[in-house]
Design a protein around this ligand. Structure first.
Ligand code: NAP
Length: 372
């Protein structure tokens, strides 16, 4: 019986994690804690159905449910993690706040199922060293990283890693259309249904940039050997090439429930899914990415491995995406904000906890000060 805490149960990954929990069944998994940000309407329904003993939200409303011990704020979320004594934690919050919860979680779980890619991008070696010291197993939930993890099981270190991208909602637009794309256009993702930030990040390919950095740390691999391609139907999630030229690809339906379930059941495969049936209809075409259309992807490669700049890249993007979603800037200006913020951040490595969050705050302020 797995004792699971879900941090961010009301989000896209959190909700799909609950669907996986339903499939696993009550005899295999128990939700001991569940937390959310501000979506209390959905959270209350989830509590009613799953009845975790401990809950927490960022909202300061305390009248959540009579059947749970409820805490509030960032401290409340940490308290729920600590007091619920979970075996596994699903880290499905969005944004760099995930790093704080992930670091805290290392003291209270055996396995961290990591959807929150910002944990690796902003935590870098500092986070991974701590996880190693505390002997917490990190299971990637990002579909590309889960796929690489799976293709490498029982095999040697590869020569190259492949990550695929759907290309996002603007993949067939010309540069001028991309520059002026509206919020509605950008949020219509052709393949995945995800939270707003990651959907915008798919169209700028900041998401792929974050994933290159994430893969570089998780698999201890130089960014130049992490290749990216567009796979329009997202059936190929990732792959590897070995020294003998042979390659392995991970193929499956574009459904986040797969990597979520794997992170919970590894090394077993327990959840039954139909998968892809008609292989003769399977289109496995990969396309080159036109880097000119995605300036933020080029920036991610340039800063990969420079910890301070990784933090600033993510923070500036989080701020720029908020501005875009509030119609304060054009879509094309997101990459300008990232680039101009990075220009003002020093290149630093070997950072400690305080350094990380100081750089993060500075980058957010600088991002909001950029003259467009
Ligand atoms: N969605 C995907 O398919 C997908 C795929 C791969 C990786 N990821 C990664 O998984 C993470 C989550 O993505 P998502 O798409 O699920 O995001 P999302 O739909 O926006 O959900 C985010 C969750 O985090 C909660 N939250 C937000 N701010 C918080 C805070 N300050 N403190 C505590 N909880 C907070 C939200 O609560 P409320 O909604 O209640 O406010 C919600 O439950 C991201 O790092 C993303 O890059 C997502």
């Amino acid at each position: 019986m797995i004792r699971l805490a879900i941090i961010g149960s009301t989000g896209s990954i959190g909700k799909q994690c609950l669907e996986v929990v339903d499939k696993l069944g009550k005899d295999k998994i128990e939700i001991v804690a569940m937390t959310c940000g501000y979506n209390l309407e959905l959270f209350k329904k989830q509590i009613q159905k799953y009845r975790p003993e401990y809950t927490a939200s960022m909202s300061d409303r305390e009248d959540i449910s009579e059947n749970t011990n409820h805490f509030t704020g960032e401290g409340g979320i940490k308290k729920a993690i600590q007091i619920s004594d979970p075996d596994y934690i699903m880290m499905s919050v969005s944004g760099s706040i995930g790093l704080k919860y992930s670091l805290f979680s290392l003291d209270y779980c055996k396995r961290l199922c990591l959807a929150n890619k910002e944990t690796i991008v902003c935590g870098g070696g500092y986070f991974l060293n701590k996880a190693k010291m505390k002997k917490v197993k990190i299971l990637p939930v990002d579909s590309e990283h889960s796929s690489i993890f799976q293709t490498l099981l029982g095999d040697v270190k590869p020569e190259e890693i492949f990550l695929t991208a759907s290309g996002g909602s603007l993949r067939d637009k010309n540069p001028e259309e991309i520059q002026n794309a509206t919020v509605n256009e950008v949020l219509k993702h052709p393949v995945w249904s995800m939270g707003k930030r990651i959907t915008v990040d798919s169209s700028t390919m900041v998401n792929k940039g974050l994933e290159i950095i994430e893969a570089s740390y998780l698999f201890d691999f130089p960014q130049e050997k992490i290749k990216t391609y567009i796979c329009r139907n997202s059936f190929i999630h990732g792959g590897v090439k070995f020294i003998d030229g042979s390659m392995k690809f991970h193929i499956g339906k574009p459904d986040m429930k797969l990597p979520i379930a794997y992170s919970l059941t590894y090394p077993e495969r327990v959840v039954k899914e139909e998968g892809i049936n008609n292989l003769d209809e399977l289109n496995l075409n990969l396309e080159k990415i036109d880097i000119k259309k995605y300036p933020s992807l080029k920036i991610a490669r340039e800063i990969c491995g420079i910890h301070s700049l990784q933090i600033a890249y993510n923070a500036a993007d989080e701020e720029a995406v908020k501005m875009f979603l509030n119609n304060k800037i054009k879509f094309g200006q997101i990459s300008v904000i990232i680039s101009k913020t990075l220009d003002r951040i020093p290149e630093l490595n070997n950072l400690n906890y305080n350094d990380i969050f100081k750089i993060e705050n500075t980058a957010r302020i600088l991002a909001n000060e950029v003259n467009l």
